[in-house]
Design a protein around this ligand. Structure first.
Ligand code: GLC
Length: 528
């Protein structure tokens, strides 16, 4: 059998560096803060961290607006701090994945400054510039995901430039080979330093219609439901253009030129649950080094049938060797505990850590952090600022990690950059570590169990059907079989099943008597 890639044998953990741990008391988390908490991650059982961007940035989109791809923003530390963090992580057996933002730079990146300087700048074509329409309006109807037209008029040269996100995030022109080569160099810089992989941001927009045709209206759009005019269109021409895989292959070629690295693709389908979208990445890229996140769980209701059908049909479509990476949450989505309810967090943990593929935990989900209410005067996220009051803002899921019941949750001694959830005195790491029944203890035990279970790490997957409120499946490896039952409901549920021996319960159950308690999840075997 070929050697397993480390990605198949690990559990990922996403760190939003502003909010993890502040080592220098300025209210913002930093790289040394991550280093200080590596032992926490080792004890949790994490095998790899993905760190959201920490590069120099004006922070218009909190680091997803990069002004230098080969350095560290002073608010997060220095390149030497990063090297030290990477070395300390590696010495503990933790891999390090960095975020790579290929679609856009900051408008303060030297490339854009040069590009905007004049119409005949040598870097003019590194971004997408276009004449206004005769009436002065933007070249077409494309919308920025963060609200408003995707075009910004640059007064100096009287042309519009394209920005699929903020005006402070101009889109690079990937049709230009110089851009591709410069971005490949940026990936090489981090791999050369020894990082183990990249998470590739917002890939949908790398390739667009060369004729810049107008997007058609979205017939399913219901304006009454929200503001979000972005969704009033189908993004036929502004995203997922015909060269997207050629451009991703440029990055993948760099990743493949180093041993044992991996590349994770961030790409949301236009229609949630559209598996053909995810499959296109598996089929057009190299499954041995690349996989997309699957974001189905973000949009699903908390229902056994919904998860059963989504995961069952995804697993059916993946080929041997494709890596499933189910995302239950991240820095762009409302917290898992808020979407599914606090009482469902234990079942969700069991599901996440027993499905095939590489699980990923968003920082704080292991202690059940929920969305924090952000009063208008504290709002930081441009998404919320541009569309106030419509629950689009991402600050609620980005609040500081709750380490202890010390002031500011032990995250910082200064005023934190975002408010801390009011429940930090009762919901924090220190307290949860002392509680054998806490969610954190459950995560630790499940991660420990998973690390010793070939069945969970490498086993096949088969759906079972026992009860409408129970998502049930088998994992099989060699002669061994584990049966997982997840009760999504708040009721006792009887399950008629031959596997009877309880290996693990998310509750205090010690013996499986054929029924699940409300919100209980179990692992069973038929062994004696
Ligand atoms: C991705 C990031 C998000 C960011 C956007 C633009 O979706 O996850 O946080 O705002 O890309 O870079």
């Amino acid at each position: 059998m070929s050697k397993q890639h480390w990605i198949h044998d690990t559990v990922l953990y996403q760190i939003y560096p502003r909010s993890f741990y502040d080592s220098d008391d300025n209210g913002v988390g930093d790289l040394n803060g991550i280093a200080a908490k590596l032992d926490y991650l080792v004890e949790l059982g994490i095998g790899a961290i993905w760190i959201s961007p920490f590069y120099p940035s004006p922070m218009a989109d909190f680091g997803y607006d990069v002004s230098n791809y080969q350095d560290v923003d002073p608010v997060f530390g220095t390149l030497d701090d990063f090297r030290a963090l990477k070395d300390q992580a590696h010495s503990r057996g933790i891999k390090v994945i960095v975020d790579f933002v290929p679609n856009h730079t900051s408008d303060e990146h030297p490339w854009f400054i040069e590009s905007r300087a004049s119409r005949d700048s040598p870097k003019r074509d590194w971004y997408t510039w276009h004449e206004p329409q005769p009436d002065g309006t933007p070249p077409n109807n494309w919308q920025s995901l963060f609200g408003g037209s995707a075009w910004q008029l640059d007064k100096g040269t009287n042309q519009y430039y394209l920005h699929s996100f903020l005006a402070k995030q101009p889109d690079l022109n990937w049709d230009n080979p110089e851009v591709r080569s410069a971005m490949a160099d940026n990936v090489r810089f981090w791999l050369e330093m020894g990082v183990d992989g990249i998470r590739v941001d917002a890939v949908n927009w790398l390739s667009k219609d060369e004729q810049l045709r107008d997007n058609p209206p979205n017939p399913d759009y219901e304006p009454a439901e929200g503001v979000d005019p972005y969704n009033a269109q189908i993004h036929t021409y502004s995203a997922m253009g015909s060269h997207i895989f050629d451009y991703l292959n440029v990055l993948q070629d760099v990743v493949k030129s180093y041993d044992d690295r991996f590349m994770i693709i961030e790409s949301y389908p236009d229609h949630p649950g559209d598996h053909s979208h995810y499959l296109s990445f598996y089929h057009n890229l190299d499954q041995t080094v690349t996989a997309p996140f699957n974001f189905d769980a973000i949009g699903l209701p908390w229902s056994a049938q919904a998860f059963r059908s989504s995961i069952g049909s995804y697993m059916e479509k993946l080929r041997p060797g494709d890596t499933a990476i189910y995302s239950m949450g991240n820095h762009d989505q409302h917290r898992l505990a808020t979407r599914f309810g606090q009482e469902s967090c234990r079942t969700a943990a069991m599901m996440l850590l027993t499905l095939p593929g590489t699980p990923i935990i968003y920082y704080g989900d292991e202690i059940g952090m929920h969305d924090t209410h952000i009063p208008p005067e504290f709002v930081q996220d441009p998404f919320e600022k541009n569309n106030p009051g419509h629950n689009l803002g991402r600050d609620p899921e980005r609040t500081p990690m709750q380490w202890s019941d010390a002031p500011h949750a032990g995250f910082t001694t200064a005023e934190p950059w975002l408010p801390i959830s009011g429940d930090y005195t009762t919901n924090n790491v220190v307290r949860d570590l002392q509680n054998p029944r806490s969610l954190l203890t459950l995560y630790r035990e499940l991660l420990q169990f998973r690390s010793t279970s070939d069945v969970l790490r490498y086993g096949n997957f088969e759906l079972l059907d026992h009860h409408e409120d129970v998502f049930a499946y088998k994992r099989m490896y060699k002669e061994k079989i584990l049966t997982i039952l997840l009760n999504f409901s708040g009721n006792d549920v009887d399950v008629d099943i031959s596997a009877q021996n309880l290996v693990f319960s998310t509750l205090e159950t010690t013996e499986f008597g054929g029924s699940l308690k409300p919100h209980e999840a179990v692992i069973l075997t038929s062994d004696n």
